[in-house]
Design a protein around this ligand. Structure first.
Ligand SMILES: NC(=O)c1ccc[n+]([C@@H]2O[C@H](COP(=O)([O-])OP(=O)(O)OC[C@H]3O[C@@H](n4cnc5c(N)ncnc54)[C@H](OP(=O)(O)O)[C@@H]3O)[C@@H](O)[C@H]2O)c1
Length: 253
């Protein structure tokens, strides 16, 4: 039977790039939050390119164990089996100085990025463990270890994602389940479009990023595709940076 990949945020940016790569081999359950039109376009474009891939889209605002369980149940109801691949990509940036922000924003960020990834892993893992095969990829960021004012909540959730990834990987490695995190730098997606445009206009991309440009979502999709493959069975508990050298720490640029 064909394996199923559940990709949160699978209709936009990095999640969409992962969906497009994984469609070559797996059926897809793509979760999103608000943008129905974008989700329909993502579904039909991938279907046109890979007609043998079954794709279903699921609208669900992920913010708790309860909402993660509702999503998981509707995916299993539709496909009649549990995902073998889980990509936790959903989540938004909410930058602002810690003392200037309402504290509820910090709680929302933790729920949206961290609790959701943990809850979906918990739900999907039971079957992966039984099947002796599974792949979980969590989206971290260079912001987990490379700090900027205004990103306390974001740094906190992404550091949490990395600790979660490593510790859980230890517990399930002996059952053929690998758990890794990908930590992108600046990749051009709807989330970062304004930032990329500004840096480009001011000719700063070349100065701030050693390879001289922002990353492409497909470059991240290819890395995730490899991590999900059988060939990557010896990589687990890793955090793989993909940032054009930005976090190497040359302050002279
Ligand atoms: N782009 C970068 O440079 C970069 C760098 C480092 C880390 N990352 C991380 O990579 C991940 C994806 O980022 P991206 O750039 O691809 O962002 P994006 O283009 O804005 O896509 C985000 C996706 O997540 C969905 N989503 C957001 N909040 C959700 C929620 N509460 N429940 C369910 N779905 C939700 C969105 O659905 P709707 O469109 O329907 O709202 C959309 O499909 C994020 O975790 C981000 O922190 C990105």
């Amino acid at each position: 039977m064909k394996k199923l990949a559940l990709i949160t945020g699978g209709t936009s940016g990095l999640g969409l790039a992962c969906s497009t790569k994984l469609a070559q081999k797996y059926d897809l359950a793509l979760a999103y939050c608000n943008n129905d039109e974008k989700a329909e376009i993502a579904k039909s474009e991938i279907e046109n390119k890979y007609p043998e891939c079954r794709i279903e889209i699921f609208k669900k605002e992920l913010c708790s164990y309860k909402t993660a369980k509702e999503l998981y149940d509707s995916v299993v109801d539709k496909f009649l089996y549990s995902p073998s691949i889980l990509i936790n990509s959903a989540g938004r940036l909410r930058d602002g100085l810690f003392l200037n922000m309402d504290f509820s924003t910090q709680e929302e960020m933790i729920n949206e990025h961290l609790i959701t990834a943990m809850a979906l892993s918990y739900l999907c893992l039971k079957n992966m463990y039984k099947d002796k095969f599974g792949r979980i990829i969590n989206f971290s960021s260079v912001s987990a270890n490379y700090f900027k004012k205004g990103q306390v909540g974001y740094a906190c959730v992404k550091s949490g994602i990395e600790g979660f990834t490593k510790c859980l990987a230890l517990e399930v490695a002996h059952r053929g389940v690998t758990i890794n995190a990908v930590a992108p730098g600046l990749i051009e997606t709807p989330m970062t479009q304004n930032m990329v445009n500004e840096l480009r206009e001011n000719k700063l991309l070349r100065k701030k990023i050693p390879v001289g440009r922002s990353g492409k979502p497909e470059e991240v999709g290819e890395l995730v595709q490899y991590l999900c493959s059988e060939n990557a069975s010896y990589i687990t508990g890793s955090v793989i940076t993909i940032d054009g050298g930005r976090s190497l720490g040359d302050n002279s640029i």
